[in-house]
Design a protein. Structure first.
Length: 366
C-alpha cells in the first residue's frame, strides 16, 4: 500500500496540472464572485413621487444585504431588460411597484423588506398626525426608544442555531466553489484506476504479492489525500493571506470537511464501477458534478429555492450536507457534536457508495 501511495504521489509531482488548475479556478471564482460585492444585492430604484427618497431613502439604505441605486425610470427599465439587474422598484408616496426581470427568491426578499419599511414609515406618519390633531407633539426617536424598551424583553432565536445569520455571498462563494472544484480533482485521481485497468497494470498488481485490499486502500487513500490537500490549501490561503474570518472555527472546519472529501471519493469509486471506459467516466463525472452542485446549493443558497422536488433531491446528494456542515461550524459556531448529523450522513453515503462501487468493479473484472 505504501508503494502504491508513493507511486501515485510521484505521478502527481510530475504532472500536477489538474491539481493546480482546479485550485487556481477555486481561487478565481471564490474571490471574484464572493469577495467582489460582500453579499450586497444591487436594486435599481426610481422616485415616482417627489419627496419619496427623503421619506424612505434612509430606511432603505439601512437594509442589510441590499444597495438601492437611484436612477430615472428609463434607465431602470434598461437595466432590467439588459439583464444587469434582476428587478427594480418604483416608489410612490404610499405604495411601490416591483418590476421583475428574473424571478428568484431575492425578489421576494426585497419586496418583503420594502413592505416593512413602508409599513413602519406609514405607522409613524399616522401617529404624528393623530398626535397633531390632539394638539400634542411626538418625537419619533423617543417613541421608538420607548417601544423598543417596552414593559418586557423579547429574545428571538433561530431554531437549531445559536444566533441568526443572514445570507453572505462571500462565504457561500468560497464554500460552494471549493466543494465544487474538488470533485473534479478527486474524479481525475480516481480516473487513474480505469486507466490502469485498461493498460493491464491492475492485473499485474493483483498477481503481485500485494493484497487486493491494499490496492483498493492505496488508491482510495491517495484520492482522499489529494482532494483534502486542495481544500486545505484554498481555506488556508483565504484565512491567512486574504483574511477571511472563519470566526475561530478554522481548525474544526478543516477536520470536519474530511467527511465530505470521503463521500466524494466514494461517489467517484461508484461511478468507476458503473462505467466501462475512461472516456465514459470523464463524460459522466462532468454531468454528475454539475448536477449535484446545483441540486446541493453550491452555486446559490437553498433558502431561495421554492421547488419542493428540488429541496427533496438536495437531501440525497453529498454536496448539500458538505455545505451545511461548513456553515454550521463557521457561520453558526456549532461544535462537532452539534454538527454531527451532516457528518454522519456524509460518512453513511460514503460507506454505501464505496461498498457498491467496489462490488461492481469486482463483479465486472475489467
Amino acid at each position: 500500500m505504501i508503494g502504491i501511495l508513493s507511486a501515485k504521489f510521484k505521478l502527481i509531482y510530475r504532472k500536477p496540472g489538474m491539481l493546480l488548475s482546479m485550485t487556481i479556478m477555486t481561487f478565481i471564482f471564490a474571490f471574484v464572485v464572493g469577495m467582489g460585492d460582500k453579499g450586497s444585492v444591487q436594486v435599481p430604484a426610481y422616485e415616482a413621487d417627489e419627496g419619496v427618497r427623503d421619506s424612505f431613502g434612509q430606511q432603505l439604505s439601512e437594509l442589510n444585504g441590499y444597495s438601492f441605486t437611484w436612477m430615472d425610470k428609463e434607465n431602470l427599465i434598461k437595466q432590467i431588460e439588459s439583464g444587469k439587474a434582476e428587478m427594480g422598484v418604483i416608489l410612490h408616496d404610499e405604495e411601490f411597484e416591483v418590476l421583475v426581470g428574473v424571478q428568484s427568491g431575492f425578489v421576494n426578499l426585497v419586496q418583503q423588506n420594502i413592505e416593512q419599511v413602508y409599513r413602519t414609515t406609514m405607522q409613524d406618519k399616522n401617529i404624528v398626525e393623530a398626535a397633531a390633531s390632539s394638539g400634542k407633539t411626538v418625537q419619533l426617536d423617543d417613541l421608538h426608544q420607548a417601544v423598543s424598551a417596552g414593559p418586557f424583553q423579547l429574545e428571538v432565536e433561530n431554531a437549531g442555531k445559536e444566533e441568526g445569520a443572514s445570507y453572505n455571498q462571500a462565504y457561500h462563494a468560497l464554500f460552494g466553489f471549493t466543494l465544487f472544484f474538488v470533485i473534479y480533482t478527486i474524479g481525475n485521481s480516481v480516473f487513474q484506476i480505469l486507466a490502469e485497468k485498461e493498460m493491464g497494470v491492475w492485473d499485474r498488481l493483483i498477481l503481485s504479492p500485494v493484497k487486493k485490499w491494499q490496492v483498493y486502500t492505496g488508491n482510495f487513500l491517495y484520492s482522499f489525500l489529494i482532494g483534502y490537500i486542495q481544500v486545505a490549501i484554498v481555506f488556508i490561503v483565504f484565512n491567512y493571506v486574504i483574511g477571511v474570518d472563519f470566526k475561530g472555527q478554522f481548525t474544526e472546519m478543516l477536520l470536519a470537511i474530511s467527511a465530505y472529501v470521503f463521500a466524494i471519493v466514494a461517489l467517484c469509486i461508484l461511478l468507476t464501477g458503473i462505467v466501462k471506459t475512461g472516456q465514459q467516466f470523464n463524460a459522466v463525472i462532468s454531468i454528475v458534478a454539475l448536477a449535484i452542485a446545483m441540486i446541493g446549493g453550491l452555486f446559490w443558497p437553498l433558502e431561495i429555492v421554492e421547488s419542493d422536488i428540488m429541496l427533496m433531491l438536495s437531501k440525497g446528494v453529498p454536496t448539500s450536507y458538505g455545505l451545511s456542515l461548513i456553515k454550521d461550524i463557521v457561520v453558526y459556531g456549532h461544535s462537532f457534536s452539534e454538527a454531527l448529523f451532516p457528518m454522519a450522513m456524509l460518512v453513511f453515503m460514503g460507506v454505501l457508495m464505496a461498498g457498491v462501487g467496489i462490488h461492481l468493479m469486482e463483479k465486472r473484472h475489467i
